[in-house]
Design a protein around this ligand. Sequence first.
Ligand code: AMP
Length: 328
Amino acid sequence: MNLAVKQQILEKIKEYNRIFIFRHIRNDGDCVGSTKGLKRIIQLTWPEKEVYLIDEDTSEYLEFLGPEDAPVPEDMYKQALGIVIDTASISRISNKNYVLCKELIKIDHHIPLEDYGDLMWVEEERSSACEMIADFYATFRDTLKIDSEAATYIYTGMVTDSGRFKYEGVTGETMRNAAIMLDVGVDTEKLYAHLYLEAYGYLKFKAQIYERMQITENGVAYIYIDKAMQDEFGLSIEQASACVGTLDSIRGAICWIAFIENNDSEHSIRVRLRSRFVHINPIAEKYHGGGHACASGATVYSKEEFEALLRDADAHVKEYKETHEGWL
Ligand code: AMP
């Protein structure tokens, strides 16, 4: 698929001696894995090239994958190639120095919100951006070099963005690409331990989530995590935000949402929307957000807006249930 654009991207990588790789704010396993994975593949294949991945936005639960490069003078971005991975819109690129690059490539699997860059390879049906990097490697495996470090980065994003190969976007192609990474060598026991073991105190927090969760009339399960609750359990925003998955297995609740109060002067509330069967991205897009059909993010700025979003989600689910069969 998209062989011509992949070929063009390979040629651009060959052409430039200095390459900067970019990803989105609020790191997740996919944007970290895909950027680190591509960086490693380029470095292994062309050791003489300078490849930088500079991002001050870090995520505690992904620290086991290692740190990024220290900032470099802005001058160094000029004449360089920039590759932005897993980022639908320009405002979500975390390192703003992407503007300085001579040319920019977008590689993404989100529903397209905005075109940017000189070259774009976007496949929204891919389960992760890491799957695209694995596919890029597989397409040019006669040229590109890989090792178990790169395969581990890439496999990490494939696992996290697909909910351990559970979500709708997972295809035979996903599994074939994952198999290539496993053949290169990934210590899955260690990886899963890093990703999924939880602290004793965090499980106590989860118990409270189940205690406090609510459900709307038509089946939108939700939890509101205010600052007091974050303080009570000593949680960072990121740790509190991770709870959205705890609501994913309620029969009849085909949409579930976590609202997390941010610690900012705007009193903004992070919204993480998830769904099965019904597509939830239109709701996210209405509230300053976007993402995937069944996994989107948004932001609201008041209790009224929080309530309005919930009402919209509930009406959306109601309409879906009335017009479709087979949902559980
Ligand atoms: P999150 O709940 O933050 O993990 O977001 C779910 C998915 O939606 C991720 O793929 C994000 O990259 C994407 N996303 C989150 N917030 C936004 C936004 N404001 N605009 C576009 N995409 C978003």
